[in-house]
Design a protein around this ligand. Structure first.
Ligand code: SAM
Length: 275
């Protein structure tokens, strides 16, 4: 069987008697036109190694394989493995299935063992319950993907791409935009998923900056942003007290009387460097 001979996704799910489980954050994309569009937005994928977290019924997996990617798909719910084995059978060796919790896998080791010789990228319709921790894992290393195209709840997507002054601006925006250029590339209504979640979703594309900050600086940035946004209504001289307060702000060229939400990414980077 080849990829184009696989049955429609709904039929595959019915054949394997599979229903979505809330505990695994399962909301499926069963329209291949949508999954192909996500693959296009993540591309070009020909000959590239893609890590996909949570293939589920395999709609996005099929689109990634059609686009010529070498896919390493990490799925925590073992019920989906027989269905996904059929996709692997039609993929001529281009799909490897890994039954694991994506929070715990060593992506660099998987890519070294199974990849196509490149550093690898991530394309995924993420489970909502672990989307943010996975993003932080990939932003802070040790493995940093060549790019990430990730489906989140719209509210989380907004917090990743927000600019200073936006209501959604906070830690996630600062840490994401210190390491990557981040933009929303696709919005999807809840009804595009089966079963539909309560809220809309969006795909965010993150591309690493040419000169990403050193890991130690990102660690310092995590401390500074946790303190500053933990008490976002307070002035920095007070919210950053344990890290150096007004003296730290002055060393970084940031107004000690400012509040976290008015400090841009460059300002937070200077604060982190001063810590
Ligand atoms: N990619 C499929 C699609 O677009 O139709 C399914 C997406 S669904 C939102 C999330 C998938 O992630 C489910 O298949 C779920 O079982 C899986 N999943 C949940 N938690 C996981 C984890 N910690 N590690 C790996 N997979 C996980």
């Amino acid at each position: 069987m080849t990829l184009d001979q696989l049955p429609p996704l709904r039929e595959s799910l019915a054949e394997h008697d599979l229903l979505a489980r809330k505990a695994f954050g399962q909301h499926f994309l069963l329209d291949l036109n949508i999954t192909r569009k996500i693959a296009r937005l993540a591309g070009p994928l020909e000959g590239r190694t893609v890590i996909e977290v949570g293939p589920g019924p395999g709609g996005l997996t099929r689109a990634l394989l059609e686009a010529g990617a070498r896919v390493i798909a990490v799925e925590k719910d073992p019920r989906f493995l027989p269905l996904l084995a059929e996709v692997a059978g039609a993929a001529d060796g281009a799909l490897t299935l890994v039954e694991a919790d994506a929070l715990k896998v060593d992506e660099a080791a998987l890519i070294a063992e199974l990849g196509a010789g490149d550093e690898g990228l991530v394309v995924s319709n993420l489970p909502y319950n672990v989307g943010t921790p996975l993003l932080i894992k990939w932003l802070t290393g040790p493995w940093r993907p060549a790019s990430m195209s990730l489906m989140f709840q719209k509210e989380v997507a907004d917090r990743i791409v927000a600019g200073v002054g936006d209501e959604a601006y906070g830690r996630l925006a600062v840490i994401s935009q210190t390491v990557c250029a981040a933009r929303t590339v696709m919005d999807l209504p809840a009804k595009a998923f089966t079963p539909p979640p309560k809220v809309a979703s969006a795909v965010v594309r993150l591309d690493p900056l040419e000169t990403p900050p050193a890991p130690a600086l990102v660690t310092a940035l995590e401390r500074v942003t946790a303190a500053a946004f933990g008490q976002r209504r307070k002035m920095l001289r007070s919210s950053l007290k344990t890290l150096g307060g007004a003296a730290l702000c002055e060393a970084a060229g940031v107004d000690p009387d400012a509040r976290a939400e008015t400090v841009d990414v460059a300002g937070f980077l200077r604060l982190a460097a001063a810590v």
